[in-house]
Design a protein around this ligand. Structure first.
Ligand SMILES: Cc1cc2nc3c(=O)[nH]c(=O)nc-3n(C[C@H](O)[C@H](O)[C@H](O)COP(=O)(O)OP(=O)(O)OC[C@H]3O[C@@H](n4cnc5c(N)ncnc54)[C@H](O)[C@@H]3O)c2cc1C
Length: 466
């Protein structure tokens, strides 16, 4: 298959005015460009087309069609399943498209499809503005937004998709279209949760909100034997807290970070990552309840730049480790569920693994269920059981087994799965748990209209009808 993308073919693409970089396997930079976040993924595309804009994306799509080779789209390369890259195909790489421009008057930002969270946060925070983005700075806004976009600010301002105003899209037949409430509204509905199934989004326009730049935020942690009580507290917070409070609980072995006392490194902890999306003084009063709960092993909550908070978790998710994860959306944290979470987290097989539990609700739950393609607005928690290990680990299977057993034990309680936290989930699970029958029907109709040949299939796939 890869022989179809030979040197003359690449020359034709260049001669047709492709403005970005074209990398074939022997070219300098190819090895680095084919890598994604999950080091388990080791695939070799025939051509990496590093696009500079919509025109390049359209040319790369046309080339893949003419050469009859598969194409993948890379935003930030964070999909754990490695959807951004395949063997022998064309990788449509957006990583040179990372510009963002704030319109202060309209309070919006237009961000190119290859932006990372850090690009979006940096530009918007320069104006004291923000929109929900993910909790690790090097995740791509492309995949993150198209799947929903959960983050520290979501309870106050909703998911990333709830702030989308419009998208510039290159379609499967290489056309450039706009999707918004006014133009192609059904496509706009599908892009908000349906992933990369309908086209390549070359730029996203988001509504912005005033935030910071200094906010009260950071991590408080307790020894892991306190997990049942701390998760019980989180359950109370979900019911009683103002929307300004963001909470991500995390169970893991304490990393050797400066904020963690040396005596705690490598010990099991339960942490609460707290964000107050409002004035610092107001936040002091709200966060006191958590910070004074039990006897924390450390409390690193302080007024900080929001952009620093957005980078705080980066060391826990480095590029290139080997990863495997599975996830559930949960309606509550009952004593039974807390018992399961604690029991399995305490048996973690790798010091690099972690179990984040995102507290949902607030503005996320107030968006009508049918407003976007993203389902399960009533989920109160999102748990992502994440195993990480060194590439030379002689027994990786035990980490994968830990995730699977943990996930299975929670299965009776799960009400769905967030599509961006899927991995090797079956097509049935994508259909039933990530979308459900009603959304699925509407998404398939949209796929029939915009991508009837399933050109965009390296994703949590929504195939067209037969
Ligand atoms: C360390 C880490 C932290 C995370 N934290 C969060 C979080 O806080 N919140 C959250 O919601 N999710 C989070 N995620 C999950 C994340 O949303 C998904 O992994 C998402 O797929 C990442 O998008 P990406 O562009 O980086 O990935 P990629 O692997 O590049 O892309 C993922 C999918 O989206 C498609 N795609 C990407 N960009 C575009 C585009 N511009 N147009 C069309 N299709 C595109 C790709 O083809 C692929 O199918 C995290 C993931 C990791 C690894």
């Amino acid at each position: 298959m890869s022989s179809m993308i030979d040197a003359p073919t690449v020359e034709v693409l260049a001669a047709e005015g492709f403005a970005g970089e074209l990398l074939r396997p022997a070219d300098p930079g190819y090895e680095e460009a084919r890598r994604v976040w999950n080091g388990v993924i080791d695939r070799r595309p025939a051509l990496i087309a590093r696009c500079l804009g919509g025109a390049d994306v359209a040319r790369a799509i046309r080339l893949a069609r003419e050469a009859d080779v598969p194409a993948t789209v890379r935003g930030g390369g964070h999909a754990v399943a490695g959807h951004a890259v395949c063997d022998g195909g064309i990788l449509i790489d957006l990583s040179l498209m990372r510009a963002a421009r704030v319109d202060q008057r309209r309070r919006t930002v237009r961000a190119q499809g290859g932006c990372l969270n850090s690009d979006l946060d940096r530009e918007t925070q320069s104006f004291g503005l923000a929109v929900t983005s993910g909790v690790v700075s090097h995740t791509g806004i492309g995949g993150l937004t198209l799947g929903g976009g959960i983050g520290h600010l979501m309870r106050k301002w909703g998911l990333s998709i709830d702030n989308l105003v419009s998208c510039d899209v290159v379609t499967a037949d290489g056309r450039l279209v706009v999707a918004s409430e006014e133009e192609n509204p059904e496509l706009f509905w599908g892009l908000r949760g349906g992933g990369g199934n309908f086209g390549v989004v070359t730029s996203f326009e988001f509504r912005l909100h005033a935030l910071g730049p200094t906010i009260l935020c950071g991590m408080v942690a307790w020894p892991m034997d306190q997990a049942p009580k701390v998760l019980g507290l989180v359950q109370e917070l979900a019911a009683e807290s103002p929307d300004e409070l963001g909470v991500v609980a995390a169970l893991r072995l304490a990393p050797p970070l400066p904020m963690v006392p040396a005596g705690l490194h490598g010990k099991p902890i339960v942490a609460a990552i707290l964000t107050y999306a409002g004035p610092v003084e107001e936040g002091e009063a709200v966060l006191r309840r958590v910070r004074q709960f039990g006897r924390p092993a450390f409390d690193a909550v302080a007024p900080k730049p929001y952009t620093a908070h957005q980078r705080m978790l980066d060391p826990g998710a480095p590029q290139g480790l080997h990863y495997y994860w599975k996830s559930h959306e949960l309606p509550a944290l009952t004593d039974d569920m807390i018992g399961i979470v604690h029991e399995h987290a305490a048996r973690m097989t790798s010091p690099l693994s972690l179990v984040p539990v995102f507290m949902m609700g607030g503005a996320v739950s107030r968006v009508p269920e049918d407003a976007t393609a993203l389902p399960n607005r009533d989920a109160v928690y999102n748990i992502n059981i994440t195993a990480a290990w060194q590439p030379d680990d002689p027994e990786p299977e035990r980490h994968v087994a830990w995730v699977r057993e943990f996930h299975k034990a929670l299965e009776p309680y799960g009400i769905g799965v967030y599509v961006n936290f899927t991995s090797d989930d079956t097509p049935e699970r994508i259909r039933e748990a990530a979308y459900g029958p009603d959304k699925w029907k509407r998404l398939v109709a949209l796929k029939d209209e915009w991508d009837p040949t399933n050109f965009f299939r390296h994703n949590a796939n929504i195939p067209p009808s037969e």
